[in-house]
Design a protein around this ligand. Structure first.
Ligand code: CO
Length: 141
């Protein structure tokens, strides 16, 4: 079902400062900053070649990740994302197996308009995981 690692997501208190820190210290170059209104996040990706780092900050005060920052003011790892052959199929199969898929089984969309789903941390060893459709072509964005 799971075919690979897509990205690890880090919530940061200041996205521009985080981008600059990764550039200045590690020579990592972030992509374009985008806003996902539905999720309430402003975000960008750093492409590492075999996986990405997703950097996120809240785009509005009632953003779900604003609560994360209240608990973790300096930021921290929020979730990791794995590719699956079909998000819809995986979400259905997991729900049928008793796994809690967040959003009541309604698929969400990422900043690229692609279908995603999240699995509750209690059902993945304490870690929040995101599922996305496996990307066959590289440099999808
Ligand atoms: Co993500």
């Amino acid at each position: 079902m799971i075919t690979g690692l897509s990205h690890v997501a880090i919530v940061v208190p200041d996205l521009k400062a985080a981008v600059e820190k990764l550039r200045a210290t590690y020579g990592l170059i972030a992509g374009e900053i985008k806003v996902n209104e539905e999720q309430g996040v402003r975000m960008t990706y750093v492409d590492l070649g075999n996986a990405k780092i997703e950097l996120m900050e809240p785009s509005r005060p009632d953003s779900p990740i604003a609560k994360f920052l209240e608990r973790n003011p300096r930021g921290g790892i929020h979730h990791f994302c794995v590719g699956v052959d079909s998000v819809e199929q995986a979400a259905n199969d997991l729900a049928a197996a008793g796994v809690q898929v967040l959003g009541g089984g309604k698929l969400q969309l990422n900043v690229h308009g692609e279908r995603i789903a999240f699995v509750h941390p209690k059902d993945f060893l304490g870690a929040l995981i995101e599922l996305e459709d496996n990307k066959l072509e590289k440099n999808h964005g």
